[in-house]
Design a protein around this ligand. Sequence first.
Ligand code: CTP
Ligand code: MG
Length: 193
Amino acid sequence: MAGPGTTLVTALWFLLPAYLANMAPVFVGGGAPMDGGRVWRDGRRILGAGKTWRGFLLAPPVAALLYTGLEALARAGWLPFPPLAATPAWTFAFALALGYGALFGDAMESFFKRRLGKERGARWLGFDQLDFVLGAWILAILVSTVVAPVYGGVWFVAAFTPVILLVQLLATPALHLIVNWIGFKIGKKDVPW
Ligand code: CTP
Ligand code: MG
C-alpha cells in the first residue's frame, strides 16, 4: 500500500516528461513561428510569436531523452522513483507522447488566449497551469491505446490510475505557482505568477 507521500512523488515523476517538455522551449525555441505570422479573422495572430516550430519539435525529444536518462539512474537504484514503463525504450516512447501532447495543449491554449485578446505572455490563471497536462494526457491515452497490442496492455490505464490523475490535477497548479514565485524571487520573472 503506497503512502500519500509516495503517491505524490509518483504522480509528479510520471508527469515530469510533460513538465520538462513544457519548460524546454525557453531554451531550444525560437525562429519561425508555427502560425507563419498569419492573423485570424479577428485581426489577431493565430497563435502568436511565442509558439515556434523549433520549440514545438525539439522540446519533446530533448525532454524524453533527459527523462529516460534520469529513469536509468532510478532503475539502477540511484534515484527513488518507479519506472514509467516496462523498458527504457517504452519509457522514451511514452515520454515523447506526453511531451508532444503537452506542447500541443500549450499551442491550443495560445490559440484561445489570442481569441480572447490576451497578448503573448499574458497570464490566464488555471489554463496556463493545466493546458499542457490535458494535452499530455490526451496524446498519451491515444498513443498507448494504439500500441496496446505490442505493449501488452494500455500503458496509460496501468500507470495513470484515477488517484494519480487526481493528484496531478491538483498538485500541478500549485507546483507551477511555486516555481514561478521562485523565478520572481531570483529575478528571472517580472511577476510572481
Ligand atoms: N516557446 C517556443 N515554441 C513553443 C512554445 C514556447 O519557442 N512551441 C518559447 C517562446 O519563446 C515562449 C516561451 O517558450 O515565449 C515560453 O512559453 P509560453 O509561456 O507558453 O509562451 P508565452 O510567451 O507566454 O506565450 P502565450 O501567451 O502564447 O502562452
Ligand atoms: Mg502557455
